[in-house]
Structures are given as C-alpha cells and as structure tokens.
Design a protein around this ligand. Structure first.
Ligand SMILES: O=C(O)[C@H](CS(=O)(=O)O)OP(=O)(O)O
Length: 219
C-alpha cells in the first residue's frame, strides 16, 4: 500500500484517492472528541460569517471554533480538546470553523472517502485504511506555511501502513520538540498539547460525509 503526503494548505488540486485529513493542533483532535462527548454531528464551515448565519437559523446548535488559535468572539466554544473533555455535548449538533482544518476540508470535500484523523482515533481508523491500495494524508498546516506536528503524524501513518512498524513513541517525541508544540504552549494550550498527543482517546473512526462529520457507521 502507498501513502502520499500532501500539503493541503498549499495544493489546490487533489486526486480522487481516499484521504485522511490531519490537523493535530487541533481540529482533527477536537472533532473526534466532540463526537465522543456525545455530539451527534459536526457541520464544518470555512468562514466565521457562514457559521454565524447558520447559528441564527438554528439557535439550538452549538457554535464553536477559533481564528489563529483564539476563540471567535461570540462563539460558545473554541477549538480545544481540553474544553471539549469538560463539556457535555450530548445530542448536540455543532457548527465548527477553524483557521486551517475546516479550510482544507473545504478544498477536498468532493473526495469520495475522507477520514478525520489524529492520534486520538488513529488506531481505530488504521484497519479501514488498510483496505485501500493508495491514500492521501492531507496536512492542514498553518497560514504561514507548514505544521511539523501534522507532518510527523502523516509520517507515522505512512510508516505504519507501508512497513507495518508502529513508531508512535518516536513521532510523539519529535512532535514534543517541534515548533507547533512550542507555539500552542505559548498561547496557553499546554493542556491541549497533552490531549492531542494521547493515543486511543476516541475508539471509533470519524468521517466526513454529505457535509457532516460523524462517527463512521458500522457496516
Ligand atoms: O487550533 C488552532 O489553534 C489552529 C489555529 S493556528 O493554526 O494555530 O493559528 O487551528 P487549526 O485549524 O485547528 O489548525
């Protein structure tokens, strides 16, 4: 099997191959955790104004997200795994927007298969990825370029699927030393760093389907 790593922030043309969307800090960690905490679905949108418009139409929905790492004024929640772990989201629908993750998702939304993936749910997702002969690991990155934590995760998945080696500890160690970890820690996100680097917090795969992010239904 082959795993191609793609810079989703930079690229504008994507193949039809199955994809995993990667945004370790923090969207693709936050969203699976929201579903684990009981949310029924997440509607990802790429702009703050569309999120606000949707909230006006559906006042019961929770509006969540950030820009450049900080909660958007007027939103109910940010893009924080730590906040999610401490919030009851039972049965809620969430409107979600983030600086990079939802933007890149919007670019690849026409792909037939998209998994939302991070260390939180990767071990529940890998068995499904093994069914494909080629997948693309799409890095969400950062507005000013690339995010090392996304690259390391892409490499972890590539190594696992192409060679069968589980190098979780090695890639976590590299990530801890990286710029992304420094940056998120500096803006008050140390608790998020710890949650984003834990494995197996979410025991199910998560997919994007028909405009919504949901648990992958059992076949
Ligand atoms: O969650 C975040 O902090 C980032 C914002 S930034 O890239 O660090 O400015 O958003 P995300 O879309 O989850 O990468």
């Amino acid at each position: 099997m082959e795993v191609n790593i793609v810079n989703g922030r930079k690229e504008n043309q994507f193949s039809k191959n199955p994809k995993i969307l990667i945004d370790i800090y923090r969207s693709t960690t936050t969203m699976p955790l929201m579903l684990k905490k009981g949310a029924s679905k997440i509607i990802p949108v790429s702009s703050v104004s569309v999120a606000k418009k949707m909230k006006n139409e559906y006042p019961d929905y929770i509006i969540a997200g950030e820009r450049y790492g900080f909660k958007v004024p007027g939103f109910q929640m940010s893009n924080s795994p730590y906040e999610v772990m401490n919030t009851d989201l039972d049965g809620k629908t969430i409107i979600f927007t983030s600086t990079n993750g939802t933007k890149v998702l919007n670019k690849i939304k026409d792909s037939e298969v998209i998994f939302i993936c991070s260390y939180a749910n990767v071990f529940a997702t890998l068995p499904f990825l093994k069914n494909f002969s080629v997948i693309e690991a799409v890095l969400s990155g950062r507005p000013d370029g690339y995010a090392d934590e996304d690259y390391y995760f892409g490499m972890f998945v590539k190594t696992y699927l192409e060679t069968g080696k589980d190098q979780f500890d090695y890639y976590i160690e590299q990530t801890r030393k990286g710029q992304g970890t420094k940056r998120l820690s500096m803006i008050g996100g140390k608790k998020d760093v710890e949650l984003c680097l834990q494995r197996d917090l979410v025991p199910f795969p998560v997919i994007f389907q028909n405009g919504e992010i949901i648990r992958k239904p059992q076949e």
